[in-house]
Design a protein around this ligand. Sequence first.
Ligand SMILES: Nc1nc2c(c(=O)[nH]1)N[C@H]1C(S)=C(S)[C@@H](COP(=O)(O)O)O[C@H]1N2
Ligand SMILES: [Mo]
Length: 585
Amino acid sequence: MAPAEKSDTTSLGRQQQAELPNRPDEWKIEQGLLGASLPILDQSASEPRYVKPMEYEPFKDEAAIDSVGDRNKLFKEEREGWEGYVEWEAYPDKKAAAHKILESQSFPPPPEFQMGPIPGQNPVLEGVRWKQWHYALGGPMTKVPQISWDVVLKEKHKDMLHLLQFPYNGEPPKRLVTAAEVTPNPLHFVRNHGGIPDIAKDEYSLQLDGLVKNPQTFTLDDLMDESRFPRMEKMVTIQCSGTRRIEQINLYAGEGDEMINAPWAEGAIGTANYVGISLKKVIKACGGLVGDGKHLEFYGADTYFKKNNVMNYLVSVPWSKVKANEVMLAWEMNGEPLPKIHGFPLRVVVMGYIGARSVKWLYRIKAIDMPSLAPVQSQEYLYFNQQVGKHNQLMTSGIQIQEMPVSSAIMSPWTKQIVIHNGSIHCKGWAYSGGGRWPERVELSADGGFSWYAVPQEALSHKRRFAWRTWEIDLPCDVEGWVEIVCRCWDNSLNTQPLNVRAAWNWGLHVTSSAHRISVYSVNKKREPTRKRLQDFEERGVPFAPLTVPTEWAVQSMDDYVKFFKQHGPRDAENEYDQRDLGED
Ligand SMILES: Nc1nc2c(c(=O)[nH]1)N[C@H]1C(S)=C(S)[C@@H](COP(=O)(O)O)O[C@H]1N2
Ligand SMILES: [Mo]
């Protein structure tokens, strides 16, 4: 166990409080720009008290760590040809050894990027703790962070925004999110909770057991045998429940996943054509479910860390979803074998559900009688009531997120952008609804959500169950200056989006389904005076930006100024009768 944090609290009399010295960044702290450095103000006792934030104290019990034995043997890779795959679920003793190693030392705390500044670099965050967890376990785990990053560099587009280097989390930049209706593989977002296993296709097999009549093991060739399992090809949108989380973070900090939550923008969503088979057929090939079999638990070969425990990535979906042929085992993505980073050689694609259920590097499916008890299902991806937070977060007070609600986002223009236009602002984006529902209408507002224009049908991409629709619109905007552009979607069940982030805000920072809002500085050239002014800037060779730098030359002559007041009367109103008429007193 880590040593208990020193109780770092100070009880202060009123006089003492007033005499506390300033810090160099006092102004920023006072203004909430460095919330993480702000001491907690405890007013619950008779005298107020400050509680300082936790401080990191490195410690390491070498003897305890050494006592677990040779890590190369203990954590050796489970199967020939499966690099980076350590089986944890079948070996409680191995889990206990890993737990002992992790508990016998401390690791750096997660960086505070929500209530403090977010680094301006790519990768944005490094994932120091996960790297150190892997190095601490030792054996084959040591090489996993480097191998995973090499895969990123090889398989992903050079312009990906790497939100977290390890485990890798990345999304395409806005200009590329909806550049095509089908996301090219190198641009599809990636959400990993651990390293990327490297599995040889010929050594691959999938175990199917638990509450099925005839447990079986299938090779990839078995699964690809069309005489046994009919092929399925489907365009599917996978959306991470963390999509657009940055809007919630910008409003209020929260916890997100226990694994540091990636500050996702609008790119944690992607659409691809998958080829594979329906899991239902594979369950049938095993003689169907028996007993209380109701859920299918998927096992991913990567290693997942949670509260000093080590495990494989496990989640489950209900049989009803499988029975509807909405759960696919896929080996092909957009005409290519699955990229390593997306789960090669086989992944689950659960249509219309949160991305977390679409398990990559699938090696086992177990039929069970209730939703998986594994932490990803029971402790993560919960949608809490807003009063649930750090101190009162019960697993059972959150809704386990499955079907994604209706949502949408504007990819162009960008928030805070100055847009010069001819009376309408061209906007682009995506809209999506989970659970097999689809966007029926996408609407935009240029006045903060008071009046709405519908995207014309011909400017929306094709309508499908389980896929997004991309859209474009010329949004009428006569107004100049700051305007708030808002986007919302109505799905085929006429569900729509809450209008502000607060309405959807939750401690886990999941499912930012509120209408997407951006502020844009509108310069409408259709107005003649504006057109002339801009022409003036151009002729003088002076750029319009930066917006906040005053114009160097007068836009109005002094003659015109005087003329105006002559014509319209002076600035101050005169009394109806002259004061002097009242006399002195
Ligand atoms: N084995 C495994 N499967 C996984 C994950 C993971 O970390 N490990 N992440 C899940 C989450 S949270 C999401 S959103 C999707 C993302 O799929 P992608 O990386 O192919 O875009 O994968 C899911 N499947
Ligand atoms: Mo996710």
